[in-house]
Design a protein around this ligand. Structure first.
Ligand code: SF4
Length: 99
C-alpha cells in the first residue's frame, strides 16, 4: 500500500517535471513565432564585438568580403556568414576577408 502510494507520487512528479520542461522549451519559440520578431543568431558574432561599421575602411567593404551574402540587389543590405544582423554592402568589420 505504502509502495503503491510512493509510485503514484513518482509518476505524478515525473509528469509535472516533463510538463514543465516542455513548457520551458515550447513557450519561447511560440512567443517568438507569434510576435514575428527575429531572434539574434547566437552562432554569429555580434556587430559590436566585430567592430562592424556601415562605412568602408579604405578599399575594404563587405561586398568585397568572402563572408558577405548579398541582398536583393547591389545596393541593398545583405547578411554575413560571420556577423549577425543586417549588413551593408558598404560596411566593414575586423573579420574582413578579401574575395
Ligand atoms: S565579415 Fe565583416 S567585412 Fe566581411 S561581410 Fe561580414 S561584416 Fe562585412
Amino acid at each position: 500500500m505504502l509502495m503503491e502510494a510512493n509510485c503514484d507520487m513518482l509518476v505524478s512528479k515525473s509528469l509535472s517535471r516533463r510538463s514543465f520542461i516542455g513548457g520551458v522549451v515550447i513557450l519561447p519559440a511560440l512567443a517568438s513565432a507569434l510576435t514575428g520578431r527575429a531572434r539574434a543568431d547566437s552562432s554569429k558574432a555580434s556587430q559590436a564585438s566585430m567592430h562592424y561599421q556601415t562605412t568602408p575602411n579604405g578599399n575594404m567593404h563587405c561586398s568585397e568580403c568572402k563572408f558577405f551574402i548579398p541582398g536583393q540587389d547591389a545596393q541593398s543590405n545583405g547578411s554575413c556568414q560571420v556577423v549577425d544582423g543586417s549588413i551593408s554592402p558598404n560596411g566593414y568589420c575586423i573579420a574582413f576577408n578579401q574575395k
